[in-house]
Design a protein around this ligand. Structure first.
Ligand code: TMP
Length: 214
């Protein structure tokens, strides 16, 4: 499995706070931290055409069969990685890319919906991240957060979210065995404390040393 250096991903169940933490990180880098690499925050499903299609399925505006949705997630990811200015070339050129959700989301969510084999084969040629953050929070707490939103998306149900957490926990061991750094973040803490934990783990990425040593 190819590991893409300078690439970190945020993973977790719905309501675990990954998007909030990505925007906090973005604000931090915007303050021009000393010796920091160029930072590129991004997310999946992307804001591109395929991502938009996926978002309408998540909002239940468009009905798709689970296998077709799994294929769309993979197509969106392929564009995200390999189109001009994509994640792959940015990382290879020394930018630090942090992505809110990546392959593990497909292995977990589409694994539940379609079975293991399809998401594994659809994602088998994509590189793995160097660092995987797992935002861990119990599904009840996460659902309480989600219920504050105007509407719930298709996977935002307690029974589904319990399976999501279980599957992530199994998957983390697999990533570790493949040589990928996994950081488990206690996402039940307040937002500021979570941000501190994320920051100190992120700073251990070799890219920070490489930039400061010129
Ligand atoms: P989010 O923007 O709130 O993280 O929502 C994205 C939703 O899409 C979330 O429920 C997880 C799901 N998802 C998948 O099922 N498979 C994937 O590959 C990705 C990237 C997301």
């Amino acid at each position: 499995m190819e590991i893409l250096r300078n690439f970190a991903v945020f993973e977790g169940g719905d309501g675990s706070g990954t998007s909030t933490q990505l925007s906090i990180l973005e604000q931090k880098f915007a303050k021009n931290i000393k010796n920091s690499p160029v930072f590129y925050p991004t997310y999946e499903p992307t804001g591109g055409k395929i991502g938009q299609l996926i978002r309408s399925a998540l909002k239940k505006e468009l009905v798709l069969q689970p296998d077709a949705l799994a294929m769309l997630f993979a197509a969106d990811r392929s564009e995200h990685l390999f189109a001009a200015g994509g994640v792959y070339s940015r990382c290879r050129h020394g930018e630090l890319v942090v992505c809110d959700r990546y392959i593990p989301s497909s292995l977990v969510y589409q694994g539940i919906e379609c079975g293991e084999a399809l998401p594994r084969s659809l994602n088998s040629s994509f590189p793995a991240p160097e660092l995987l953050f797992f935002f861990d929070v119990d599904p009840e707490t996460a659902m309480d957060r989600l219920k504050q939103r105007p509407s719930l998306e298709m996977y935002e149900r307690i029974d589904f979210q319990k399976k999501v957490r279980e599957r992530y926990q199994n998957l983390l061991g697999e990533y570790r065995s493949a040589g990928i750094r996994v950081e488990i973040i206690d996402a039940s803490q307040d937002v500021e404390k979570v941000a501190e934990d994320v920051w100190s783990a992120l700073l251990k990425m070799p890219i920070f040393k490489e930039v400061s040593s010129g």
